[in-house]
Design a protein around this ligand. Structure first.
Ligand code: C2O
Ligand code: CU
Ligand code: CU
Length: 835
């Protein structure tokens, strides 16, 4: 076992290079062919056979009727076949038997005489290959391709069948499995000599890499290397409908496309770590470089993730072209009296608002969905005790709502999916804010569309101030005014530029169903902005309002900073840290001290590389997990977020508070012994599994409601559940007594982290895996990042205002929309959902 795990494979070759070598000069050949569809002279087709290069395989060419034309034996992955008839519309080239070295296990595999690889070429392709001495390549992919073409032929003509088969292979196998995003050349290939130690171009290098990945795939599935041919057959079956579904391998349901993508990424990680350790041959290094990897940047002593971040830091510290941070606009009270204790606002949700996205390398326009046609997210500021009327107009062509995230308000005003506002309809949200000073926010929450609407740009900030926060500001115990800045961090994926426009892309990749992530980080709507500061302390309200992404915020010089607030308000005691991890929907307030920085110096806020949770899981267990690819490429890599430019000397008059005034309500801790369920906490078990109707990973029978909530374009079939159930709009799952204090136990039984969020009130963390809360975990919160395998106990006190049905859900919005959500009812005992 250990032996298998420790051996890493770099190239996979069961590439069959079919070479029809050598017959005379190509002019003669082509003229023969031109004269007569039936060539009379014997020509030679060359080829390469690669799973690893297969030696001693019988390679046979068949015509479209399945009649054997001719055959030969492969030698170290290459073959050469003489052929003299060219009468068929297409030919299949098939290998059977032979031996190769499996690269994941470094073992010699004897291919049964009934197994092998295939490819399919048209008559003109064959002629062209012969003429130009090009190699036919036979790989696992071309094998699947061949069966798909034949399958499609029932309904289509040949070229249509080929086109469709290529599309399926690209969509289901290649597009999302690339070890690094945006690499050129990772595309389907049917011609090329894949047996060369150094591939001649990136397309061949990637094709070889994909073929090798099959060894890793088979290894991670826990089956023997030779069973790769069974896996190929399963893929052929699975892809017939043009979708990737779950198939059964050794009694387990797995999504082979997903596993394959994972295998490719692991192969890449393994290869780069071997490179760092100096364990790659020159040829292997050259191969990586052919694929476009900067091997120098990967050979540093530090991990490649650290090195990549360090390079970005160097680049952006030096950049002279960073856009200036947008300060988010605060809405003004429409009732004409800014001194009364109530305010009126209007929010109109519009589609297709042209927003200019500024970046260090210029700008582009993106149509976004925004409130009030404003290019930026809006801020509402209020004081504790104030009433608000918010008139919401829905100008989207779908249901929407405004959900008040983190608010203690009646359920009917909460903007959950049960109280939708129809397209072109309006709703007035009215409530009185009676919570401590805190960084809250608002966003749409319609059934199954929340992820999309938030992603397209609908979200806003709601800042509450109270006597305590105002006194701290007045006493110079907290920075205020222009030294109190909201930072809204969101990742997005943009399409290629067309006429100065780059559209937002939502759920365009298979993996997006597991959480939509993008490689472009926006802070207040700009990429990598800078904010000028003077040599004093600043307070930043840092919001992670990404759909799915987790960040590990820090500064490039590793400096310490002070957290003064969490989701629900100020911490009783500020906590000094040098980094802070924030899951989707979590917020913190931090104080950064620039008083020791020289004028002219620059500081970058970064997100530190972190060990992806899936990778942790895989390191701990055998690799046969029903795994998720999340976190491998765009979660956990180091990111630069924004820059602070120290431009002015100033006297810092802030002496940060060390404890809140004793009368501060927010300083209290709830006493677990007052909970009605002190010895029997309410449990929320988060899980995910392949397939939509139970029967996998021990979840069998727990999926009471298998309505498929996913509106995703994805072909993946992952189910996200809480307590084994997926969301049902007509069902209330949990019943909480009016005015009670409860302890909830959030348990993550899945291989990825989930930010659990509950509406109605703010909560406090009691402990994580039994370890009592400390530091920032002592703050009030509404969203809790629960790591794989972790159990977090929280406590909350429901009050008189909390009546009705509220949501609890994962705040990875794609999980939520797919049904990782439920209703809890406060203050009622009926169990039928009331609309
Ligand atoms: Cu911010 Cu129910 O969500
Ligand atoms: Cu919420
Ligand atoms: Cu989740």
């Amino acid at each position: 076992m250990r032996y298998i795990k420790s051996i890493k494979i770099v190239t996979l070759s069961l590439v069959v290079s079919a070479l029809l070598v050598g017959c005379g000069d190509s002019n003669t050949l082509s003229s023969d062919l031109a004269d007569n569809g039936n060539a009379t002279s014997t020509e030679k087709l060359l080829g390469s056979l690669v799973k690893g290069p297969i030696d001693g395989a019988t390679v046979t060419i068949y015509d479209e009727s399945g009649k054997e034309i001719t055959s030969s034996l492969s030698n170290e992955g290459k073959f050469e076949i003489s052929i003299s008839t060219f009468t068929s519309a297409f030919y299949t080239i098939e290998s059977t038997g032979g031996t190769y070295t499996d690269e994941a296990t470094n073992t010699m595999v004897t291919v049964p005489d009934s197994e092998g690889l295939q490819t399919l070429v048209t008559k003109s392709e064959l002629e062209e290959m012969i003429k130009n001495k090009k190699f036919a390549s036979l790989t696992p992919e071309t094998t699947i391709f061949t069966s798909l073409v034949k399958e499609n032929l029932n309904d289509n003509n040949l070229s249509m069948s080929i086109m469709k088969a290529k599309e399926v292979i690209y969509d289901l196998m290649i597009k999302d499995s690339s070890p690094m995003p945006d690499m050129e050349g990772d595309s389907f290939l049917t011609q090329g000599d894949l047996t060369k130690a150094i591939p001649s171009n990136s397309t061949e290098a990637f094709a070889k890499n994909r073929a090798v990945s099959f060894s890793n795939l088979v290894q991670s599935l826990g089956v023997t290397p030779v069973e790769v041919f069974d896996v190929i057959k399963k893929l052929q079956e699975d892809y017939k409908d043009g979708k990737a579904d779950s198939v059964e391998i050794s009694g387990k349901n797995v999504n082979l496309s997903r596993e394959y993508a994972l295998a490719r990424k692991r192969l890449f990680e393994t290869t780069t770590s071997r490179l760092r350790d100096g364990n790659l041959t020159q040829e292997q290094i050259k191969e990586l470089e052919t694929m476009g990897f900067d091997t120098n940047s990967l050979t540093s002593d530090k991990s490649d993730k650290d090195k990549v971040l360090a390079d970005k830091v160097t680049k952006y510290l030096a950049s002279t072209t960073l856009p200036t941070l947008h300060i988010l606009p605060t809405m003004s009270d429409e009732d004409g009296n800014t001194n009364d204790a109530k305010a009126t606002y209007t929010l109109t949700a519009n589609k297709d608002v042209d927003v200019k996205i500024e970046t260090p390398t210029g700008s582009w326009t993106t149509p976004m969905w925004r409130y009030n046609n404003n290019p930026l997210p809006l801020v509402i500021r209020t004081n504790r005790g104030n009433a608000m009327t918010l008139n919401f107009n829905n100008k989207l062509d779908a249901d929407s709502t405004i959900h008040w995230h983190g608010f203690k308000i009646p359920a009917i005003m909460d903007g959950g999916p049960d109280v939708p506002v129809k397209a072109n309809d309006s709703k007035a949200y009215t409530f009185t804010m009676n919570q401590p000073a805190s960084p809250l926010w608002f966003h749409p929450h319609p059934d199954m569309q929340t992820g999309k609407q938030v992603y397209m740009g609908l979200a806003g900030v709601y800042l509450v101030e109270d006597e305590i926060s105002k006194k701290l500001e007045a006493d110079k115990a907290l920075p205020s005014n222009d030294k109190d800045i909201v930072l809204l961090v969101q990742d997005r994926r943009f399409d290629k530029e067309a006429n100065g426009v780059r559209k937002l892309l939502y759920k365009t990749k298979m993996m997006d169903a597991d959480g939509m992530k993008g490689s472009t980080i926006l802070v207040n709507g700009s990429v990598m902005p800078k904010q000028e500061v003077d040599t004093t302390q600043y307070r930043f309200r840092l919001y992670n309002v990404s759909n799915a992404k987790t960040y590990d915020f820090a500064f490039n010089d590793g400096r310490k900073f002070t957290i003064v607030g969490t989701d629900g308000g100020l911490l009783n005691n500020p906590v000094e840290v040098d980094h802070i991890m924030l899951g989707a929907a979590e917020r913190i307030e931090l104080i950064v001290d620039f008083s020791q920085d020289a004028v002219g110096s620059k500081l970058l806020m970064v997100s530190r590389p972190f060990k992806a949770d899936m990778m942790n899981i895989m390191g701990e267990t055998d690799s046969n997990s029903s795994s998720d690819i999340d976190n491998m490429e765009d979660n956990g890599i180091g990111l630069t977020i924004m820059r602070f430019d120290v431009t002015k000397e100033a006297t810092d008059d802030i002496t940060l508070y060390s404890a809140l005034p004793t009368n501060a309500e927010i300083a209290t801790r709830l006493d677990p012994t007052t909970a009605v369920n002190a010895t029997n906490s309410r449990k929320f078990v988060m899980s995910m599994y392949n397939g939509g109707n139970g029967n996998s990973n021990g979840m069998s029978g727990m999926n009471e409601n298998s309505n498929n909530n996913s509106n995703s374009t994805s072909t993946m079939n992952m189910t996200f559940a809480i307590n084994g159930k997926i969301f049902d709009a007509n069902r209330v799952d949990e019943f909480v007594g009016a005015g009670t204090t409860e302890i909830w136990e959030l348990k993550n039984m899945s291989p990825m982290a989930h930010p659990f969020h509950a509406h109605a009130i703010q909560y406090q963390i009691l402990d994580r895996d039994g370890v009592p809360a400390t530091g920032t975990d002592l703050g009030w919160k509404d969203t809790f990042l629960v790591q794989p395998g972790q159990t977090v106990r929280i406590i909350g006190k429901f009050e008189a205002i909390n009546v009705g049905d509220y949501m609890y859900h994962c705040h990875i919005l794609e999980h939520e929309d797919a049904g990782m959500m439920g209703y809890f009812r406060v203050g009622d005992t009926g169990n039928v959902k009331i609309k």
